[in-house]
Design a protein. Structure first.
Length: 214
């Protein structure tokens, strides 16, 4: 598993709970310092590092083996640079520290998941925080396992229309439904079987698994 950690505020204890011996931790700009402050070994770092001090950047360079520094004026965000590298590694990818803070950054991060490269990736790419797990699904058939920790299941059209949407194994089933951008009908469902099935014929869906704040 590759964890990409962005610059939004993240609970450091939660980060530590995700750490395991096979994890690859990648800091994205300020997220690099967040990982180091949490006592997590950082394998790589990406960014223009305009959100860290000169002293912090010097420390980052001294303890992280691979630091890829980008110009502040560039076409890609720091997270996009890191995600492009992670996709080349052919491993599951979770993006943390990407939902809080500035809304334009969050919306840009959602767009990254909607890119052709991400949609066609055969492994998991997911944005995660303590309350939410976000994935983008392209047209096809999908299976989702029940998870008591994230009881709510929502689908948000990312294209003007998502055609032929069918949901089974959930509290509110659908059959061949056409979901349109701007509708909230597919918000806040729940999985009631061990595995739920999702299928649709056209469009892109954002799937959000969530829970209430404890």
């Amino acid at each position: 598993m590759i964890y990409l950690v962005g610059g939004a505020d993240v609970n450091k204890q939660w980060l530590k709970s995700l750490d395991h011996k096979n994890a690859i931790w990648v800091g994205v700009d300020r997220g690099t310092q967040t990982l180091l402050d949490a006592g997590i070994r950082v394998d790589r770092a990406f960014g223009d590092f305009d959100s860290v001090s000169a002293v912090e950047l010097e420390f980052i360079r001294s303890v992280v083996q691979s630091v890829e520094t980008a110009n502040a004026e560039k076409n890609e965000t720091d997270l996009e640079l890191a995600l492009n590298w992670a996709i080349e590694q052919q491993s599951d990818i979770k993006i943390l520290g990407a939902t809080g803070g500035r809304l334009d950054h969050f919306m840009g991060n959602l767009q990254l998941l909607s890119s052709e490269k991400a949609l066609n990736y055969t492994r998991l790419i997911e944005i995660e925080d303590e309350q939410n797990r976000i994935r983008m699904l392209k047209a096809g058939k999908w299976k989702v396992e029940n998870c008591e920790d994230f009881q709510y299941l929502s689908f948000i059209p990312m294209t003007n229309e998502v055609e032929g949407l069918s949901l089974t194994g959930v509290k509110y089933t659908l059959t061949n439904y056409n979901a349109v951008f701007g509708s909230t009908r597919t918000i806040s469902n729940e999985i009631i079987e061990p595995i739920a099935s999702i299928s649709f014929s056209t469009g892109i869906l954002m799937m959000v698994r969530s829970k209430d704040k404890s």
